[in-house]
Design a protein around this ligand. Structure first.
Ligand code: FEC
Length: 288
């Protein structure tokens, strides 16, 4: 029996274009999807090069493999909304005495991280001792990795993260506070004083979401005379649809129309300093 294993979790991305309807249905949890929204999602994936394979999933695999090498422990990938599912990873890790559950998203929300925990706990069904990492938004090594990417910039830095329905605030959810905390820590570490925060990637679900959205925020910054922006998506750690489409296509097109020079940081993906940060989190979680 292995002493410890890691289940490294991510949102998941459809492997082929033909998988998009089933993938979207999983995200919606059975609630209906308007046909134009489905068509729009298929088109976004097509334009990112997803046909018979998905280059976005290769990044998660590279991150997993690098973390496994760094730790010398088995690391299994488990996706929230696609294959390999979290339950598949739990089956493979379940022989270990202790399982660390780590999500590739640094900030806790009951609407996001708790769903990963539920899936993992249910699938492990008590087979191993679960040590689940709720949040690593203030991990010093992670903050360092991001700070390195904004240090010395002359642009106005816009930190971003995935929006969530605004009702989380009434529930006392720490998501927004944790995001602002990471942004403050990164800015302080990098010596950046000219920065702001906005959300991105809101879904049209018919209820209010946390704002401001990055597109409105870019318009407001432009009205304030800002002409150079560096986007730092601090709520994400890899290149996926929300980065490659929402920032690199949508926000970039709007910035061009407005006359703003927009760049974004390179995402941590599987870069060694980031893998070392993840390994540090796992080691601390396993410490007695
Ligand atoms: O690269 C990829 O293929 C997947 C990129 C992806 C990431 C991601 C992360 C988060 N989401 C979060 C919350 C929501 C809520 C809804 C929602 C909907 C979508 C849709 C797609 C999608 N999300 Fe996502 N999310 C990614 C992709 N997300 C595709 C559906 C189409 C669309 O709206 O564009 C609304 C669900 C509903 O309709 O009921 C809520 C949060 C994160 C960050 C934490 C995490 O990574 O888990 C929070 C990456």
């Amino acid at each position: 029996m292995t002493d410890a294993a890691v289940v490294l979790m991510a949102y998941g991305s459809p492997e082929r274009l033909a998988d998009v309807p089933a993938y979207y249905a999983d995200i919606r949890g059975g609630r209906p999807i308007r046909p134009e929204l489905m068509d729009d999602l298929v088109e976004r994936y097509r334009r990112l090069g997803v046909e018979d394979s998905n280059p976005l999933n290769e990044i998660t695999e590279a991150t997993r493999a690098a973390l496994e090498r760094e730790l010398g422990l088995p690391v299994y990938t488990g996706m929230k909304h696609w294959t390999p599912h979290i339950a598949d990873a739990a089956d493979r890790a379940g022989d270990a005495e202790r399982v660390v559950g780590l999500v590739l998203a640094p900030h806790y929300s009951a609407l996001s991280i708790e769903g990963y925990r539920d899936q993992l706990e249910t699938a492990l069904a008590g087979r191993a001792e679960l040590r689940f990492v709720d949040s690593w938004h203030d991990d010093a090594a992670f903050v360092d990795v991001v700070a390195t990417k904004v240090r010395g910039t002359e642009a106005h830095v816009v930190f971003t993260a995935h929006s969530l329905p605004a009702r989380i605030l009434e529930l006392g959810d720490p998501y927004k506070d944790e995001l602002l905390e990471t942004s403050r820590l990164v800015a302080a570490r990098a010596g950046v004083v000219d920065w702001s925060f906005s959300f991105q990637s809101e879904s049209p679900t018919g209820e209010p979401w946390l704002g401001p959205d990055i597109l409105d925020h870019l318009r407001a910054l432009h009205a304030d005379g800002v002409r150079k922006v560096l986007v730092c998506p601090v709520g994400f750690v890899s290149d996926h649809l929300e980065i490659r489409w929402d920032i690199d296509v949508e926000a970039t097109e709007l910035a061009r129309e407005l006359g703003i020079e927009l760049a974004r940081i390179a995402m941590p993906n599987d870069e060694p300093a980031f893998i070392a940060a993840l390994a540090g989190i796992v080691r601390r979680t396993l410490a007695p």
